[in-house]
Design a binder for this molecule. Structure first.
Ligand code: NZQ
Ligand code: ZN
Length: 398
């Protein structure tokens, strides 16, 4: 296990009916901007519930709707303009990962001065917001379990015109609180529920499937989360209204990416980095890019990751046999699980073919995403065409 610092200041308010707590969580006298997505929060009544909970305490409440899945930079900059025009001093995100991520980015870039054309905000995004030193406080009401954004300091922002979907991380945007009401997930279309399980599953894998680091807590915790996601993914498909299942899915997705299982262990975010480019180029749902790419990465890096693939096969899937047999069966079982949930596992499942691969590689190079995948002895460097070949090869097998 490596040295690490673990810091997570997010207050989680979990359970049915907990939106009512907002009255205590949001500061008195605040000028609050509620941010939401394309309309689900309005349609399901969640937005009204939030507004009711905020009444009183001398708060002034504003709204900004229309944050898209894969939140668009240009949309978010309109919210920044509203923050300035109305002197907003607290942000409340109501929605999924896209609304939460977008709101974190608003919180950071609203503090940049003299940025009328938002070019400084764009530069900040390209830089992962490393140089932003202040942010507005924010809270969240989560309506889709998937990204872990409710309990982490990261976000991913899309800029369609510039063909970029870029991540940022900043301690300043840990939410002050996140309300997790599992009943709010009952209105999700099945596709989004399954996307959420796929995304959380891959989050765990990218912090687990590297090489043994003798980190028993992190490994044991990760293996439990994977088992729960498999069990509850199947359960929610069979019994979508079971509240215990919904509760377990929601908390598992949060735990999958709140920093805990990734502390002190090597990580490999290759699947996410490739997936972001596929979303940026083809508009495919985040989770669905991941379930296509992860099995290909496992196949391509099977030898280098073998010890952990075998550990996953034994401890999560209860597989037996030789190491080679277990590794192959573990990859096949992962694909079968994704398929069972209706998630794609091949480019052809999302109507793409191998002509899609070159542009993905080009974008990865454009964004400097050319070195990932920790191993015991080295960090692979996928540079230029020749070094990109391993991923090209594995994507071709899809
Ligand atoms: O926009 P509305 O109308 O609200 O509809 C949304 C959207 O169409 C709908 N939805 C959300 N809650 C609902 C609901 N529909 C009915 N009932 C509800 N209760 O679901 C659709 C998808 O929403 P979105 O927020 O895009 O989904 P998700 O939570 O999967 O977020 C995906 C985004 O998060 C980023 C992804 O890249 C992507 O942009 N990620 C953020 C991470 C982080 N901050 O740590 C890590 C992840 O790896 C991920 O990259
Ligand atoms: Zn993800």
């Amino acid at each position: 296990m490596n040295n690490f610092q673990y810091y997570n200041p997010v207050r989680i308010v979990f359970g049915e009916g907990q939106i009512a707590e907002l009255g205590k969580l949001v500061p008195d006298n605040a000028r609050v901007l509620i941010t939401y997505g394309g309309g689900s929060a309005k349609k399901t009544g969640t937005l009204d519930e939030v507004k009711t909970a905020l009444q009183g305490a001398n708060r002034t409440v504003f709204e900004f709707g229309g944050i898209e899945p894969n939140p668009e930079f240009t949309t978010l900059m309109k919210a920044v303009d509203l923050v300035h025009a109305e002197n907003i001093d607290f942000l409340l995100a109501v929605g999924g990962g896209s609304v939460l991520d977008g709101t974190k980015f608003i919180a950071l870039t609203a503090t940049i001065e003299n940025d009328a054309d938002h070019e400084k905000a764009w530069a900040a995004l390209k830089d992962g917001t490393a140089n932003i030193r202040q942010a507005l406080p924010l809270g969240t009401v989560l309506t889709i379990p998937a990204t872990g954004s409710e309990m982490n300091k990261g976000g991913v922002i899309n800029h369609s015109e510039r063909h970029a979907k870029l991540a940022f991380h900043n301690d300043l945007v840990y939410p002050k609180f996140s309300v997790l009401d599992p009943a709010k997930t009952l209105t999700l279309p099945e596709r989004q529920v399954m996307n959420g399980i796929g995304d959380a599953f891959v989050h765990v894998m990218e912090q687990y499937l590297t090489y043994p680091a003798q980190a028993k807590v992190q490994d044991g915790f990760a293996e439990s989360l994977l088992k729960i996601l498999m069990e509850e993914g199947r359960a929610v498909k069979a019994r979508p209204n079971d509240m215990d299942t919904r509760k377990n899915i929601m908390w598992t997705a949060t735990m999958a990416l709140n920093g805990l299982i990734g502390a002190g262990v090597p990580q490999d975010w290759a699947t996410h980095m490739i997936g972001h480019e596929i979303t940026s180029l083809h508009g495919i749902d985040h989770a669905r890019t991941l379930t296509i790419v992860l099995p290909a990465v496992m196949k391509e890096l099977k030898d280098a990751k073998k010890a952990k693939i075998v550990q996953y096969g034994k401890n999560v899937l209860a597989l037996t046999g030789s190491d080679d047999e277990i590794a192959d069966a573990a990859i096949a079982a992962t694909e079968a699980f994704f398929k069972e949930l209706g998630l794609p596992i091949r480019l052809s499942d999302v109507q793409l073919d191998e002509t899609a691969i070159e542009p993905i590689l080009y974008q990865l190079k454009e964004h400097g995403m050319t070195a990932w995948a920790n191993t015991k002895t080295s960090i692979w460097r996928y540079r230029n065409a020749s070094c990109a070949t391993p991923f090209k090869g594995s994507l071709k097998t899809v």
